[in-house]
Design a binder for this molecule. Structure first.
Ligand SMILES: C[S@@+](CC[C@H](N)C(=O)[O-])C[C@H]1O[C@@H](n2cnc3c(N)ncnc32)[C@H](O)[C@@H]1O
Length: 254
């Protein structure tokens, strides 16, 4: 079935489409202290909640990019309802194809939960760093191994041990590129349970309302499989963090 349709169905109850709580996102937004006119780019913006909240709090000019037609249309609708005068643009396109008018021009560049776009965590940091202005924020959300994954789990989720790093390795990847790690937000087991549980809930609600949809069986089958993988292995094995880096402005490195 269409992957965007599946993701739309399973994330209808979510405010943010990743395992971080709304409260922790609010904490992050408060810390970013963006100046009026700040230029913000969010790759894989999802339903746009992060960039919309940033625009509600600060007078930013922002671009949110996502490949899902469902999410981009949700983001545009939400933005129009909540902050019609905001200087936000949403583009439905592959994040990897986005090329800024000028390199090193954004005051914040984020990619939360979609590092595959650039081929992994390190490559994402590299790509974002090239678009970020000196002294600006580079914000990424990435899974990490809490413990060594067993082979059965890797096979079940279709990932390799090398797909993700440890929390320390994720942090060090930025440092190795000259990005200073200034903050991390880490999902608690509660945050994870909410993120996963809302997918089971949303899928069941949707299937109850659309029993004749040709994809109903497939949606429930995939969600049951994901639920089993999470409860059996994922809950103890995989973590999630948002890493907040600052790009060198040439002053602090001296
Ligand atoms: C885990 S979700 C995170 C969404 C959002 N950052 C959030 O945290 O709410 C991953 C997002 O990546 C988007 N995506 C997947 N592949 C993409 C691509 N090649 N270019 C842009 N967006 C992509 C999906 O549509 C989805 O919205």
């Amino acid at each position: 079935m269409d992957q965007w349709k599946f993701f739309d169905i399973t994330h209808r109850e979510h405010v943010f489409c990743n395992p971080m709580s709304v409260e922790k996102f609010e904490e992050l937004i408060a810390l970013l202290r963006l100046k009026p006119g700040a230029q913000v780019l969010e790759i894989a913006t999802g339903k746009g909640e992060f960039i919309i909240r940033l625009a509600e709090r600060y007078e930013i000019e922002g671009t949110g990019i996502d490949l899902s037609p469902y999410h981009v249309s949700d983001a545009v609708k939400k933005c129009t309802e909540r902050i019609p005068d905001a200087h936000l643009t949403f583009l439905e396109m592959d994040g990897a194809s986005f090329k800024p008018d000028q390199p090193e021009s954004f005051d914040m560049v984020a990619c939360i939960g979609a590092s595959w776009i650039y081929g992994g965590h390190k490559e994402t940091l590299k790509a974002l760093k090239e678009m970020a202005a000196p002294g600006s924020w580079v914000v990424v959300g990435e899974p990490y191994w809490q413990q060594e994954p067993v082979a059965e789990y890797l096979e079940a989720i279709g990932e390799a041990r090398s797909s993700f790093g440890t929390h320390y390795e994720n942090a060090e990847a930025g440092q190795a590129l000259g990005l200073e790690l200034v903050y991390t937000l880490v999902s608690s087991p509660d945050d994870w349970d909410q993120y996963e549980g809302l997918q089971w809930y949303a899928a069941t609600e949707w299937a109850d309302k659309h029993p004749h949809d040709p994809d109903a069986g497939e949606v429930l089958k995939r969600v049951r499989q994901n639920r089993m993988n999470y409860l059996r292995w994922g809950r103890d094995t995989i973590g999630w963090s948002i890493y907040v880096f600052k790009k060198d402005d040439g002053i602090h490195s001296q």
